[in-house]
Design a protein around this ligand. Structure first.
Ligand code: CMC
Length: 437
């Protein structure tokens, strides 16, 4: 028997090692066993113990977290305990950002001071502007954003002092404040338009829209319905627990690097098509289907395994993605201003057929957040390359909340997974004359 002490609530897992006949009692805490307890299961003291093999971390908890809760079976998403539906309806993005970072809703004074601080950190150093202007005319905006955020670490060297709470807070404020500026400038760059400076009389979302679309007018006035839709989209994308980019932020942050460098790693992860790029694939798919009359044949093709119905299915949600329900409602508000995107009809028909079809029902495939978001972004005149930038701006609040949790978590260590080595060993290096004659 091993010396592992049972958990406080007495739940244990008994494992028998058939190689030695020994039994081990591993404590179960919160539905998990400690991977390090597996390490105690070994044939002899000079051999390594058992490890778990889990590419893609499909069944490995990397942290204890109190930021975001997801129940994929029931379709529940909560930030700090508040259901996403209520936050989308009643809150603002900056209040949600406060909630994520601080763990609690702000008082009126705390909220006002938070909004004030974020608003007055929206400007970036002129040399960051020069850095961005140095990119090629057709640079992908996400590549520009990634570089600019990484570059910010050189402007704020004190950010390396991650053990000081006040310094950490200042960098968090700076980053949430500057993301819309950097995102908007990466958009203007590809269009060959002058970068627009922040207008601190505007709200967070209004200011972002102004920096994106303002031309010669003195003050840019965004349609309030579009501002509201953008706020809702920002709230929905603010966090999603331990996904690929959050894991990247935590993994890089675990080296105790500054938060700008950690967040730029998150932007890199989000840049990939398997993470942030599915809504663009939905648009391409809808365009290819072309007409509602082609939907049944397309669905048959999906069922035959020819291709996937993009914007459907999720690793975690086995029910309607709660964000998709809210986005679907937001499409109505946006289309009221912009006119209906003709692809919407095809999307609605696809959803209707798929939700009734046994293939999708049996596999629990429901619309995910990306099914409708691309339609809204397109209606707002964004080219597909901007979609991931629109995701990265609000997700910065979530990344930073998770980074803060990491930094304050005494259990966390530098991320360093194990490997199963499959290569050669102990070869003798042949000289070049032996190899090449
Ligand atoms: N269309 C058709 N069949 C599907 C789809 C789909 N979109 N998604 C899954 N399936 C089938 C799949 O073929 C498999 O069937 P079978 O058991 O007969 O082989 C079964 O459902 C399980 O699929 P899986 O690939 O094992 O599921 P996964 O959890 O590994 O994949 C997914 C999740 C999101 C990658 C996948 O559902 C997918 O490719 N969806 C389309 C792309 C998409 O919309 N991605 C955005 C995800 S949401 C963004 C975010 O939250 O970051």
């Amino acid at each position: 028997m091993t010396d592992a002490t049972p958990s406080a609530d007495g739940q244990t897992l008994t494992v028998r090692d058939d190689r030695t006949g020994k039994e081990y009692v591993l404590p179960i805490v919160d539905g998990t066993i400690r991977a390090s307890d597996l390490g105690k299961i070994r044939v002899s003291d000079d051999e390594p113990g058992i490890a778990s093999y889990d590419p893609g971390f499909t069944n490995t908890a990397s942290t204890r977290s109190a930021v975001t809760f997801i129940d994929g079976e029931k379709g529940i998403l909560e930030y700090r305990g508040y259901p996403i539906e209520q936050l989308a309806e009643k809150s603002s993005f900056l209040e949600v950002a406060y909630l994520l970072i601080h763990g609690d809703l702000p008082s009126k004074e705390q909220y006002d001071s938070w909004v004030h601080d974020i608003t007055f950190h929206t400007f970036v150093h002129e040399n960051i502007k020069s850095l961005m202007q140095g990119f090629r005319y057709d640079a992908h905006p996400m590549g520009m954003l990634l570089s600019a955020v990484g570059g910010l670490s050189t402007f704020y060297p004190e950010a390396r002092n991650i053990h000081d709470a006040e310094t950490r807070h200042l960098q968090i404020v700076r980053m949430i404040a500057k993301m819309p500026t950097l995102g908007a400038w990466s958009f203007r760059h590809a269009q060959g338009k002058p970068y627009v400076y922040p207008d601190n009389d505007l709200s967070y979302a209004e200011n972002f829209l102004a920096m994106l679309f303002k031309m010669s007018e003195t003050t840019y006035e965004a349609d309030p319905r579009l501002v509201k839709a953008l706020e809702v989209l920002f709230i929905l994308h603010a966090d999603h627990e331990q996904n690929c980019s959050t894991n990247a932020v935590r993994s890089v942050g675990s080296s105790q690097v500054d938060p700008y460098s950690a967040v730029s790693a998150g932007i890199g992860a989000l840049y990939g098509p398997l993470h942030g790029g599915a809504n663009e694939a939905v648009l391409k798919m809808l365009r290819r289907i072309g007409d509602v009359s082609n939907v049944p044949a397309f669905i048959e093709g999906v069922k035959a395994g020819d291709e996937r119905l993009m914007g459907f299915g999720h690793r975690v949600y086995k029910n309607y993605d709660p964000r998709a329900t809210i986005i679907k409602k937001a499409t109505d508000d946006v289309f009221e201003v912009t006119g209906v995107n003709p692809l919407l009809k095809i999307a609605v028909e696809l959803e209707k057929i798929a939700l009734e079809d046994e293939y999708f029902v049996k596999r629990k495939l429901y619309p995910n957040v990306d099914f409708y978001s691309g339609l809204i972004y397109e209606a707002l005149q964004f080219p597909p390359e901007m979609f991931t930038v629109l995701f990265a701006i609000p997700r910065t609040a979530g990344w930073l909340a998770q980074w803060l949790e990491l930094v304050n978590d005494p259990e966390q260590k530098i991320a360093r997974p194990k490997q199963i080595y499959t290569g050669e060993r102990g070869l003798v290096f042949p000289s070049s004359s032996e190899r090449w004659g």
